[in-house]
Design a protein around this ligand. Sequence first.
Ligand code: ZN
Length: 259
Amino acid sequence: MHVFLRRLTALLMMLFAYTATCSHAQESKPKFHVLAFYSETVEHDHVDFAHQAIEFFSKAAQRDHFEFATTTNWDDLTAANLANYQLVVWLDDFPHTTQQRTAFEQYMEHGGGWLGFHIAAYNDAGTRWPWFVRFLGGGVFYGNNWPPLPAMLTVDDRHHPVTHNLPQSFSAPANEWYIWRPSPRENKDVKVLVTLSPSNYPIGMKDVLRGGDVPVVWTNTHYRMLYVNMGHGNKIFTSDIQNRLMEDAMLWVGAGRER
Ligand code: ZN
């Protein structure tokens, strides 16, 4: 009798484990797959951001049921590999070889998703990647404030999925804010979502932004892409309001619906 009971108990436990695995597998099927690229050998403050971003988005992935993978190998930018992901993130660097860049262009031209932070959009005369400048909306890096400072930001459109949880304006933690020439806003295909408030001017000490249009978060509506200028130093994730923006940015590009 005892043997029978033990066997019955074992059978029931197996059944329970099987059922639990099945329902768990269904619940945890990721909504989308993200591959985040970063470099350990770039400016220290940018690496700090990348590490904190990985921690933040890894937790968000659990909350929001998406898969978040990371790599420091930019040669992972290949057509075969990118086919596994709905969203590519650049945390603190950008591709430097022709093969990597070409794979990324093809991916984006065929409906891939991109979320870039801070230095990811950096380009100047030495970058020699005209496709990428068009992809961003035409802006070339023109300058920044130094040292990194907090700033008031204005939300341009609070109805957009990326910004709908934000107040009309908010104080963003210390960042190195980039200015672009021309301003991406001058491109009719660009939708600016967040802007550096003019009330910040002049901002900086060693390097000072004295005025001008400084879009901070925008999308080129021709692509499934979003650029977010935050990404310098270890203060970026210290604001609940801005963290909401970061998480909603990931969810919007990842979901890939409305542009
Ligand atoms: Zn920086």
